[in-house]
Design a protein around this ligand. Structure first.
Ligand code: ADP
Ligand code: ASP
Ligand code: MG
Length: 417
């Protein structure tokens, strides 16, 4: 069971979480619980680091920001004990949750779950702070923002859990962020691939890495709400959204005799910036000279478009990078202005990427055309496009984000009551 920041924000909420956990144990389960820091706490701690030194040491950043989860894990163990349950906290190094040494964005390499499982088998509830691990050098690491989801899936895989229930402040995965579109519909099932695409293009309901890990390890993941009454249906009845495999989905749909919706979800991401380099020589090696150095600097380039200007043998190249990497990207390209041989560099961080995702796209044409038409009808200009087998993304002006998501939700006939 994993509980996010909003679910853990304050005594009353932690008490409710303790009751939800107690009910699962009473239903006959052995339980491990992964918790987030209280809502807002990690942001607060990150700010302290920035104030200390804008170019802070990532290893010390991890020491600071991992503390929020230490607090909530101890508090939840106390609340469980107060209800008469046996419970204890297990900090990352105590489990241990071993990661690499990429501080602030570490990857879990291995979880030695033996002691944890022995404790759980004895009837003790294990409470584990999410987001944190231990590096090969024995230092505290954190897994990147939203990383408690990944902690939960990794623990579930390590203890071979029947299910990993991710409790949050919405009661499942919706066709789009229900806080933006009131007519968003809750999905009973989403495939791993769809969830992976949705997470990677900006649906923050699950951290991307948690989904890829669940897919790789075959962990059964449910997203559900912790804001429930004591007599709400139990998690075992699957009140939330199940992440399922393609095969499982096919079986479910056969049973219901229904057609898969063309589009499963829509996501928006305002965290990208657009860069255009003008008048680059149209010859082999030109784009390699741009993207080689960016890759070497660990900067993730997402959308790329190159326009061929046949007349002059020159071309413009446009691409996107995360806003957090924009300054570094600009300085890298500025340094290489002569080697790359561009005329001007234009940057714009007031853009948003809107993506529609669905496995139904594999067998249906016209998904992209519907998107372009719907946006055009509202006068929304498209600045860049990328597609994958189950996704179409467009880059638009940031101010038009909410409008675009609503318009597309209607265009694909996804609106609920
Ligand atoms: P937690 O603190 O529990 O980890 P998050 O804030 O990280 O919670 O994620 C839950 C939020 O994700 C919701 O409040 C919702 O606004 C947002 N969200 C974005 N896209 C979706 C979606 N397609 N379905 C459900 N929630 C979504
Ligand atoms: N507390 C961390 C964050 O806010 C990890 C998490 O909640 O998943 O990013
Ligand atoms: Mg989260």
């Amino acid at each position: 069971m994993k509980f996010g920041g909003t679910s853990m924000a304050g005594t009353e909420r932690i008490r409710r979480v303790a009751r939800i956990v107690q009910r699962q144990q009473a239903a006959g389960h052995e339980v491990a619980v992964v918790v987030s820091a209280m809502a807002g706490e990690t942001d607060r701690l990150v700010n302290f680091c920035r104030e200390a030194d804008p170019l802070y040491d990532p290893a010390e950043y991890d020491v600071v920001v991992a503390s929020g989860e230490q607090v909530t894990s101890g508090l939840l163990a106390m609340h469980l004990q107060a209800l008469g349950c046996k419970a204890r906290s297990w900090l990352g190094w105590q489990v241990p949750i071993k990661t690499d040494d990429a501080h602030a964005k570490a990857r879990i390499e291995d979880i030695d779950a033996e002691a944890l499982m022995a404790s759980m088998a004895s009837g003790e509830i294990a409470v584990i702070p999410g987001f944190q691990g231990i590096s090969p050098a024995g230092r505290i690491t954190t897994l990147g923002r939203g990383g408690s989801d990944t902690s939960a899936v990794a623990v579930a895989a390590a203890v071979k859990a029947d299910r990993c229930d991710i409790y949050t402040d919405v009661d499942g995965v919706y066709t789009t962020d229900p806080r933006i579109v009131a007519k968003a519909r809750k999905l009973k099932n989403v495939t791993y691939e769809e969830m992976l695409e949705l997470a990677s293009v900006g649906s923050k309901v699950l951290q991307t890495r948690s989904v890829s890990l669940a897919m790789k390890e075959g962990v059964r993941v449910q997203v559900l709400s912790s804001f429930i009454d004591d007599d709400a249906p139990a998690a075992d009845t699957i009140p939330g959204t199940m992440i399922v495999s393609d095969d499982e989905l096919a079986r479910i749909q056969e049973g219901l005799d229904m057609e898969r919706q063309l589009i499963t979800g829509i996501a928006a991401d305002k965290n990208e910036a657009k860069i255009t380099l003008t008048r680059i020589a149209d010859r082999p090696g030109a784009v390699a000279a741009i993207f080689g150095p960016l890759a070497a600097a660990n900067i993730n380039v997402d959308m790329i478009i190159q326009n061929i200007a046949k007349d002059r043998g020159e071309t413009d190249v446009t691409f996107t990078v995360p806003i957090s990497d924009l300054a570094r990207t600009q300085s890298l390209l500025e340094e290489r202005k002569d080697t790359i041989g561009y005329y001007r560099m234009l940057a714009n961080s007031k853009v948003a990427k809107i993506s529609v995702v669905g496995v139904g796209m594999r067998s249906h044409a016209g998904v992209a055309a519907t998107m372009f038409r719907a946006l055009a009808d509202r006068g929304i200009n498209i600045q860049a496009i990328t597609t994958s087998e189950i996704k179409v993304s467009v880059l638009i002006d940031e101010d038009e984000t909410e409008l675009a998501v609503r318009v597309l939700h209607t265009a694909y006939e996804m609106d609920g009551e």
